[in-house]
Design a protein around this ligand. Structure first.
Ligand SMILES: Nc1ncnc2c1ncn2[C@@H]1O[C@H](COP(=O)(O)OP(=O)(O)OP(=O)(O)O)[C@@H](O)[C@H]1O
Length: 509
């Protein structure tokens, strides 16, 4: 370990710079990771957080600068070298094989794991799992596990590598429900006690204030602020360092006009939905979505949200019951649902909505801006001008239309998918986790945009794990719990703890 003053350092980055063509994603970054500390890295979407972490995990080689470990400059590229030097990373997109068990996934991933005796490996998994409160079952199949469980499996995998001393977490809490977030932060504290050096990328200021010992804020690839807990951390300074001279506006939901048109636009009667493996996921559900309203859907992850949203977009069929839009059943798949006026933002836009090699502009014609033919082809000039003139795209600070979508940061992909759905001004919008991966400024912008869209007549079904967001935006709330859809409830007549109770335990007796 390198000694800096009195404190030892696990890793020291000096002047790291990384360019992608003409874009400088990181410029002269200095950063230290000390044992037994949590170092949070904050910044808006596209600020350069993932790029920095990927240099420290050996995915990218820095164009300039040095990384020092044990007093020596080191090369961490490729990640096998970084891992050998004790650096582990828990990614947002889990690299797991769903058809295999936890034990088999780990045996495959850990070097020499396949040769290890199963009994021994199982014991080690259970040991680490119980030490850090991760409750990972070695015999569970990955396909049966929700996102929180998969993340805990990734953490066990990282901790099983004996040399690991630095762990990088890339927006770990964006896939977690509130109860899981608390458990996750407790686990971070245990890792800190055991002298691991933690790097934590997050958009959530309250998490930073709760656990970070050191904070570095990036803006447009450069450090704008760095401070330790002893120097004092406060949310105003952190937000200002992230956002520069932009200000953070509150979300305002006006009281709806009493004479607005509230005719039902979408209805499910006695709907039963089965999961990917034929198991019943939701049973006998009733749902009526009205014009101009936002219905919020709450639930622990894996309570049928994905399956229900897929039914509403023609990707999955009700196994019994009826679904009508404007009083009529929809015959056909996704295209028929789109033609009936429904737009959809899926829970995992990077996986489900991004076509590698396509630009932002090209993505806009897929389920977005209506096509206008020019000669034998698409009128791209028209699409470009719709995008240029779009208030939604401007408000969300969408990247330039010719950028390749697979080279955007995670939050910028989310902005692209949201802009596309909003520009279309659909009659019905089925939207999952709109603020997942977005920085706070953009989160507020999209929330305000959804309120405006509903005001203009769009009926919105909003899936979210953020109860504050659901209460702020929804006219009515439903809860998915125990294969039932509970509610609807008026936000003014219930509160977060009652909804939280129903999420966990169903309707109180
Ligand atoms: N492989 C790549 N090719 C080209 N540009 C890239 C590549 N990876 C990232 N970029 C660009 O570098 C900049 C920084 O991206 P990065 O993913 O590091 O941001 P981030 O701070 O992690 O954002 P987010 O919060 O949205 O995840 C962005 O403008 C992004 O589009």
């Amino acid at each position: 370990m390198e000694s800096i003053g009195h404190v030892t350092c696990l890793l020291q980055a000096k002047g790291l710079t990384k360019r992608f063509g003409s874009l400088t994603a990181n410029q002269g970054i200095d950063l230290e990771v000390k044992p037994g500390t949590i170092h949070a890295v904050l910044g808006e979407n596209g600020a350069g957080k993932s790029t920095l972490m990927k240099m420290l995990y050996g995915v990218y080689e820095p164009d300039e600068g040095q990384i020092i470990m044990d007093g020596e400059p080191v090369t961490l590229h490729p990640p096998t070298k970084a891992r050998a030097k004790g650096i582990g990373m828990v990614f947002q997109d889990f690299r797991l094989i769903p058809a295999m068990t936890v034990l088999d996934n780990i045996a495959l991933a850990v070097e020499g794991g396949w040769r290890l005796r199963r009994k021994r490996l199982r014991q080690r998994i259970m040991g680490i799992s119980s030490k850090y409160g991760l409750s990972v079952d070695p015999d569970a199949y990955v396909w049966q596990m929700d996102l929180g469980q998969r993340q805990r499996l990734e953490i066990v995998k990282t901790l099983l590598v004996p040399s690991t001393k630095i762990i990088i977490f890339d927006e770990p809490t964006s896939v977690l429900v509130p109860q899981e977030v608390e458990a996750f932060l407790n686990m971070l504290n245990l890792l800190r006690q055991d002298r691991y050096g933690i790097l934590l990328i997050t958009h959530k200021i309250n998490e930073v204030l709760a656990v970070a010992d050191q904070v570095t804020v990036l803006r447009s690839g450069q450090i704008t602020y760095s401070a330790s807990r002893e120097q004092g951390l406060d949310s105003h300074t952190l937000i200002a360092a992230m956002m520069g001279d932009k200000s953070l506006k509150p979300v305002v939901k006006p009281v709806p006009d009493s004479d607005r048109d509230t005719s039902p636009v979408l209805q499910i009667e006695q709907g039963t939905i089965k999961g990917d493996h034929g198991e019943e996921v939701l049973n006998n559900i009733q749902l009526t979505l009205q014009k101009s309203e936002i219905i919020g859907v709450a639930g622990i992850s894996g309570s049928g949200q994905r399956e229900l949203s897929e039914v509403l977009y023609g990707l999955r069929k009700l196994s019994s019951g009826s679904l009508t839009v404007g009083g009529r059943a929809i015959i056909g798949g996704t295209r028929a649902f789109m033609e009936a006026g429904i737009s959809f933002v899926s829970e995992d836009p990077i996986k489900e909505s991004v076509i590698p090699g396509f630009t932002i502009l090209e993505h806009m014609v897929l389920d977005g801006i209506p096509l206008r033919e020019k000669g034998a082809g698409i009128d791209w000039r028209h699409i470009r001008s719709v995008l240029d003139d779009s208030g939604e795209a401007k408000a969300l600070a969408l990247a330039e239309p010719d950028r390749r979508a697979d080279q955007l940061s995670g939050g910028n992909v989310q902005r692209m998918v949201l802009s596309r759905a909003l520009i279309r001004k659909p009659d019905i919008l089925i939207i999952s986790y709109p603020s997942r991966g977005l920085d706070i400024g953009t989160t507020r912008t999209i929330q305000q945009n959804l309120i405006e869209l509903a005001k203009q007549g769009t009926a919105i079904l909003l899936f979210s794990e953020d109860l504050d967001e659901l209460f702020k935006l929804s006219d009515r709330l439903v809860v998915l719990s125990g294969k039932q859809m509970l509610g609807p409830y008026l936000p003014s007549e219930t509160d977060i703890s009652q909804i939280g109770y129903r999420m966990l335990k169903g309707e109180p007796a």
